[in-house]
Design a protein around this ligand. Structure first.
Ligand code: ZN
Length: 343
């Protein structure tokens, strides 16, 4: 079976000097054909599909604001243009296409290469460069739509988020929904300020936050993959894994300071694909979030496609020149809090 992808570059969703810019995709676009994946047709998400996550008042007000665009709608800053409402619907629609291709069995796995990104968008607030929460909308859809293979909606989905920022919107959406588990690695002390390891005490093993010091890099993430991602998936037993893939965790991202290399993104992505093979019949969908350097974004996407398609990853040799921070104390605290020790 094939690996599918959706491509939504939104060239008119653009604001001068803003890092979430269409040029993020410039090098990716040139390499898309070389990955050998199957491109999906994309149509916009409907209002009803978006309303599974977002309040109707937010949807309506965004449509109105875009008519008066360009505008800044929160302090991150999050911008909108005249096309942003439609672009955001298409980004969510592209993510839905990937989810449905995998659920129907027409693709083994998939990657939604979309912008604007989504994981900061909360049910009632667009924020953090995000308009609608693409991954949450796809998860919400899978909880109500019959799977082509089992002929019932999914009942358990795990979302892993390795963007450099905490996915506050995804966490807020599913804070009290026991059908969805959420695990996020992120740099501590930066936007949006949420994601401390003790902030969801009611959801032990289900909401797992991994706040990391700046310059946590490949070695720390290798431990996290083995000691946190693996027991998180094993204990929740999802029917599908969704991944918020943000390549701003690369060491030379212009707006963050984590320490991953492209080989590190491949290691993380391969681990998640292997966990999906082991626990959920290979059903996994990656969804692009951040990543503000075009080279890192293209290399990161290549790493994800190599993992999804079980092909060798051609390492560009871009390891961090900085000394890696020691994240072991935090990793151990998180394992202890969630009972992951020895699993
Ligand atoms: Zn980010």
């Amino acid at each position: 079976m094939t690996t599918a992808y959706a491509f939504v570059p939104s060239p008119l969703h653009i604001y001068p000097a803003h890092p979430e810019h269409p040029s993020r995709f410039d090098l990716l676009t040139a390499r898309l054909d070389s990955f050998g994946a199957q491109k999906l047709d994309v149509k916009p998400a409907t209002r009803d599909e978006v309303a599974r996550v977002h309040h109707p008042t937010l949807i309506n007000s965004l449509e109105d604001i875009c008519k008066q665009a360009p505008a800044i709608i929160d302090y991150a800053p999050t911008f909108v243009t005249h096309t942003s409402f439609d672009d955001a619907l298409l980004a969510s629609g592209g993510t839905l296409s990937c989810m449905r291709a995998v659920l129907s069995g027409s693709a083994r796995n998939a990657f939604a290469l979309v912008r604007p990104p989504g994981h900061h968008a909360e049910p009632a607030h667009s924020m953090g460069f995000c308009i609608f929460n693409n991954i949450a909308i796809a998860a919400g859809d899978a909880l109500v739509r019959a799977d082509g293979r089992t002929e019932r909606p999914l009942q358990r989905i795990a979302i892993v988020d390795y963007d450099a920022h905490h996915g506050n919107g995804t966490q807020a959406t599913f804070m009290d929904d026991e059908r969805i588990a959420y695990c996020s690695t992120h740099q501590w002390g930066i936007y949006p300020g949420t994601g401390w390891y003790e902030e969801a005490p009611h959801a032990r093993k289900r909401i797992v936050n991994v706040p990391l010091p700046a310059d946590s890099g490949d070695q720390s993430y290798e431990r996290i993959a083995a000691e946190i991602f693996a027991p998180f998936i094993q204990s929740f037993e999802p029917e599908m894994i969704l991944v918020s893939a943000g390549f701003d965790a690369h060491w030379n991202d212009p707006i963050t300071s984590l320490g991953l290399s492209s080989a590190g993104f491949y290691m993380l992505s391969k681990k998640l694909v292997d966990l999906a093979e082991e626990h959920c019949g290979g059903k996994i969908v990656f969804v692009l979030e951040g990543g503000y350097d075009a080279t890192n974004l293209a290399n990161g996407a290549a790493a994800v496609f190599a993992a999804l398609m079980d092909k060798p990853f051609i390492d560009p040799g871009d390891a961090s020149p900085r000394k890696e921070a020691d994240a072991s104390e935090m990793i151990e605290k998180i394992c202890e809090r969630h009972g992951f020790i020895g699993s």
